[in-house]
Design a binder for this molecule. Sequence first.
Ligand code: IFM
Length: 448
Amino acid sequence: MSLNKTDFGPDFQWGVSTAAYQIEGAYKKRGKGLSIWDVFTQNSANIKDGSNGNKSCNHYKHYKKDIDLLKKLNIPNYRFSISWPRILPSGFGEVNQRGIDFYSRLIDRCLDKGITPWITLYHWDLPNELELKGGWTNRDILNWFAEYTEVAAKNFGDRVKNWLVLNEPATFIGAGYFLGYHAPGKKGINNFLPAMHHANLCQGIGGRILKETVPFCKAGTALSTTQIDSHSASIKDVQAKNRFDVIFNRLFIEPLLGLGYPVKDFDALKKVSQCMLQNDEKHLPFDFDFIGLQNYTREVVKYNPLIPYAKGRIVEAKDRNVECTGMGWEIYPEAIYNMLHKLNAYGKIKEFVVTENGASFPDIKVEKKINDPQRIEFLKAHMEQVLRAKNEGINVTGYFIWTLLDNFEWAEGYTQRFGLVYTNFKNRKRYIKESGYWFAGFLAEKSE
Ligand code: IFM
C-alpha cells in the first residue's frame, strides 16, 4: 500500500516529540536546579552505559540549529517539554528568569520558522528538591504542580496553544516509584500507590489551570499504551493479562474519564483508598480536549505466582522469535490501531493525537550517510494503522514521531538511537538519516 499525506486530510497534524532531559544538556547552566535524573545518573550503575544527560545533544546551545532542522525536514509541529527545575530551580517559589527566557527564545524561533510549538509540562525531570520532600509520594505535589503549571502557562500561553500535562505517567510512576529502575529509584507498593494517585490528580489540576490561564488552549495529557495479549487461553494467563492491562493501559485514563480505579481487575489497587481524601474521587475526572496516545509495541503475558501483585511476567519478544527493534520490543504495527480502538471504546474521548511512535535501531553512519530502512518501514507501517483507525471513524487528528534527534534514552543511556537525525555524541554534530529525508519527502506532498 502506498501511503500519501493527502490520505490523512489537510488538517492532520504532523510532528516530532522530544523531552528536555533527553536532549537539552546544560544541566547546571544559568540557574537551573538539579532534577531527579541529574541525581539518579550520578550513580553510573543506574544507566546501562554509565552515562548521563549532563550534556546530551546540548540542545540548550544548539536549539536554533535544531529548529532549523525541523524546518528543513518540513515538520510543521514540534512537541518539547519544559524542564521544571530550569524554570523553578527548587520546584516552587523563586522563578529562574533565565530558564523562562530559554523557552521563550525556543518558542519564538519555532514561530518565526512557521512551526507550531506544543508543550509537555512534565516529562519526568522532577526538581530534586521536591524529591527530597517525597516527590510524587508527597501530597504537596498537588500544590507544587499547580504552581509550576501556572508559571509555565502565564509565561508561554500567549504563544503556545497546544499543551500536554503529563508524559506517560504509567512509565514514570511504574519505573520510578515501583520498580526503581528510573529516577528517583524508589520501589514498592507503598511508594507506587500515593505517587500514582497524586499523578492522577495532577492531570486534572494541570488541565484545569491550563484551561483557565491560556486563552484558546487545547489541553491534553500523553498516555503510554501497550497492547497486552495473554500467552495462552488459560484462565490464569488471561487474568494475568488483565492485571498487566490495568498497569499498562487503564490506571491513568479511567480515573480521568470518571470511572475510578480499576480495582476489580487488580486487587493490590484497593489500598489506594488509604491515599485518598474525601473529595478526591470528584477531582480525578477531567474532560481534556484530546488524549495524546503513545504506542511502541505489544506485550505477551504469562501467569507467574512468584511475581508480587501482578502475578505474571512478560514473555520477552526475543523469546517469542518475533521481529524486534533495538529496545527488544516486538514490531507489531496493529497495536497502535488496536489501542486507538480500545481507548475510543470508552466512548468519552473527543479527540486523539498520536503524540509518540517510533523505533530505535542500531544506526551506523557511513560517510555522513545513515541508511535506516527499518525505521522507514516501521514508521510507514504504523502510519498505515493510524490511517486505518481514522478511516474507520476514530477522531485521530495528528501523528508525532519519537523523535527528532538521537538522545539520552533513560536507563538505556546512549545505547538506543530513536532519532530521524543522528547525533554524534562526541562533537554534537547532527546528520539527517534516510528516515528523516523520507519523512521530509512525505510531508512535502501538497494537501488537496
Ligand atoms: O524516550 C522515551 C520517551 O521519553 C517516552 N516515551 C518512550 C520513549 C522511547 O522509550
